[in-house]
Ligand binder design. Sequence first.
Ligand code: 4AD
Ligand code: MG
Length: 465
Amino acid sequence: METISRTKVVDAFDAALYGKKINVKGWVRTRRGNKHVNFIALNDGSTIKNIQIVVDLEKFDEDFLRPVTTGACLSVTGTLVESQGKGQQAEIQADAIEIYGGADPTVYPLQKKGHTLEFLREIAHLRPRTNTFGAVLRIRHNMAYAIHKYFNDRGYFYLNTPLITASDCEGAGAMFQVTTLDMNKLPRTEEGAIDYTQDFFGKQASLTVSGQLEGELGAMALGAIYTFGPTFRAENSNTPRHLAEFWMVEPEVAFNEIKENMDLAEDFLKYLIQYALDHCKDDLEFLCEMYDKDLIDRLKFIVENDFVRLPYTEGVKILEESGHKFEYPVYWGADLQSEHERYLVEEHFKKPVILTDYPKEIKAFYMKLNEDGKTVRAMDVLFPKIGEIIGGSQREENYDKLMERIEELHIPMKDMWWYLDTRRFGSAPHSGFGLGFERLVLFVTGMTNIRDVIPFPRTPKNAEF
Ligand code: 4AD
Ligand code: MG
């Protein structure tokens, strides 16, 4: 038989192909029918839509079709016709079927529909084959592409910052160590400390929590850069919004002050959400229908409304005066919890909020000190359902002030000399922020647990797949 090159299912719903012979390949979602005809719903991952294969049992032997069960992989050649059944735009009348691989129905875990998300987390190796994870992963891809497109179109350069580092950018001490030392036979100094000079890098090294410090070096040379890569945090927070391995997008721009930084964050988020509305319609409609009826309206609302911009001090006042009972106390100087952030966004303003000018004690060493000597030019973007989606700031560009902060916080100078050099040679105002990529995907898909928007989540006690 002649071989026909494969058509992706996403391209098969095309009236121009009606009456033509095509080949599709994919995985069986369902098979049903009677003694005369069978209907196979085939999905190849290119779209949420299945294509219906019509199998005339006069042409195919029952025994041959026996392995065609949910999960099996097939190659099907036949004529594409406009579908008679409602809901289907096109179907294939099969002439030839090749069975690539069966999926024993007594053991294949994705037999029926309606598995819980919790159960699917236990089979993370197979869950991409469900409608939900297909939709989430396609949207995730589209968001990654849109991030590169946004920055490329605006003259930003993609800078690859190291994953292995000797410095703790956020100063939170929540780093995973990288070592080749033998854990059972650690070399010791005379004082009894571990002798890291004998380790692979000749010093203690870790996985990075952020590409920002190196990103700043790039911005002070190329003008505007962004990073987009994995970051690692060993914080033991088992929440629906934290991962131990997550992806972060970090633009850094020379000459931008806090105002331009906020403008960039707002424009960037709106662009990404609009991109999803424009390019992920089928998947969003599916998620909207299955999980969250307000999803598409919520996305449109973000694009159409200005974000509120509010100093931390005023935010705390609103929370104190709200009369709302919070689990964690709120007072000036407190690090806001997700419940506080969500109260401001969901109850009080009913809009995204950019909170600025936080007390210096609860923010990282590199943020620019305000005239009041108490607050820094930080900016957190707070979103409905998510809380903090972006964290950023204008950076302290003054050598002496930065040095003072480094000393106050006892940050080891041996790790920081190269960073300080940007303030010694041609220093300038500059700003940037970090967008948690999974928090973005969480917001755009309407999912509620961050473990469900990354293919292989890394969380405390979980690194199976
Ligand atoms: O607020 P963070 O800690 O900021 C930084 O790391 C800065 N260096 C960024 C910068 O200015 N270039 O993290 C930035 C964002 C958060 O707003 C949040 O969206 C996300 O990263 N994030 C996490 N996402 C998932 N799991 C975690 N454990 C996260 N920690 C932070
Ligand atoms: Mg933060």
